[in-house]
Design a protein around this ligand. Structure first.
Ligand code: HEM
Length: 340
């Protein structure tokens, strides 16, 4: 199982290029916010219940025993902030994210900043828009208008996926399916994972009136209607490099080739979550695919790049938060009232 087809030196250099470009934008637009996925619809608590009757080959890592893990789940819009206090309206088409953090997970982890967590990160689209970290740089070149005709042509499929991913309109983040898009290990097998809602969601929020109708739809369902949100956590096993490639997250692993197997249930009970203290906790957390047991290590060039990028950019935004606590800034310098 390889972790990138790019030579190591290129993978490292290109990861640094993406990191520095993202860091620059983060500093300009919202130094204490996530560079992407800044707008949260809610940080929710719940349970990740591992099934007892899963296939033997899948009883690995957190799925080894039928345990129930406490979780935090964060739902988000994918786009970058324009600046603090001006996060994009939910009415704008966008990709949507779901980030899950299991706690009380025993065993040595790949990173050492969190001891007992396992994160799973997903988007509401089955594929990602670039093949590897080089593609991430190439698409930025295209967007800057500096691409050669050859590069423009080569990046057409990526642009088409990015366009499709970014044009999603949804009624409620609790009502859609999410995919890992990139592969991970399950012991010695590559896998992808997905999360699918099992509950009925009736959305009565008026989308046209509110820039934060997605948060309001979740408040309506979980708090006002007092309902629980239930999801299946599903795994697909790698078949071969043609049908289920590890090094190309632009290619969907089709259900016909690699059927989804349910390995856990996610239960998000009815709850209140729309209050300031929860929003502060949400802003401070770091979800990364590299908060993981080695048994679920992320695979491929895109995932490999995410290790340093998420870690470094979260470090920057946390340092900024801390700096503001050490040396308070006048309100005119730092407007800290998120208008969402
Ligand atoms: C090279 C490719 C990628 C780059 C450069 C990138 C960059 C980032 C960054 C900088 C963050 C914020 C980190 C933080 O400050 O906490 C983030 C968050 C996120 N990314 Fe990516 N990402 C990439 C690929 C992906 C892929 C393949 C997925 C597919 C699931 C994904 C889904 C998400 C989600 C859902 C979040 C929000 C996590 C949260 O709620 O905190 N990203 N990404």
């Amino acid at each position: 199982m390889t972790n990138s087809q790019l030579p190591d030196s290129e993978q490292v250099a290109m990861t640094n290029t993406v990191l520095e470009a993202n860091r620059k934008e983060q500093q300009e637009k919202g130094p204490d916010l996530r560079h992407v996925h800044a707008k949260s619809h809610g940080l929710l608590w719940g349970e990740f219940i591992v099934e007892s009757d899963i296939p033997e080959t899948m009883k690995v890592g957190v799925f080894a025993k039928p345990l129930t893990y406490p979780i935090w789940v964060r739902f988000s819009n994918a786009s970058s902030p324009e600046k603090r206090g001006e996060l994009k309206s939910d009415k704008e088409p966008d990709a949507r994210g779901m980030a899950i953090k299991l706690m009380n997970v025993e065993g040595e982890k790949v990173l050492d900043d969190e001891e007992k967590t396992q994160d799973f990160i997903l988007l509401n689209h089955p594929v990602f828009f670039v093949k590897d970290v080089k593609g991430y740089i190439d698409i930025a070149t295209v967007k800057s208008g500096k691409a050669t005709p050859e590069l423009m042509k080569a990046m057409k499929p990526s642009l088409a996926i990015a366009q499709e991913m970014g044009s999603k309109k949804i009624s409620n983040p609790l009502d859609v399916e999410y995919w890992s898009t990139t592969p991970y290990k399950l012991g010695s097998n590559p896998i992808k994972f997905s999360v699918k809602p099992q509950h009925e969601v009736e959305t009565s929020t008026d989308e046209s009136n509110s820039d934060s109708y997605l948060r309001e739809a979740m408040v309506n369902f979980l708090t006002h209607q007092g309902k629980d949100a239930i999801f299946d956590f599903l795994i697909q096993l790698h078949v071969d490099e043609e049908k289920t490639p590890v090094e190309n997250p632009m290619k969907e692993w089709k259900q016909e080739d690699a059927p989804f197997v349910k390995v856990a249930t996610i239960r998000i009970p009815s709850q209140k979550f729309d209050f300031d203290e929860r929003k502060r906790l949400d802003e401070g957390l770091l979800f990364t695919p590299w908060h993981t047991l080695p048994e679920h290590e992320p695979l491929g060039s895109v995932n490999l790049a995410r290790q340093k990028i998420y870690q470094e950019l979260a470090k920057s935004r946390r340092e900024h938060m801390e700096k503001r606590m050490r040396e308070p800034q006048p309100y005119t310098v730092v407007q800290d009232e998120p208008r969402e």
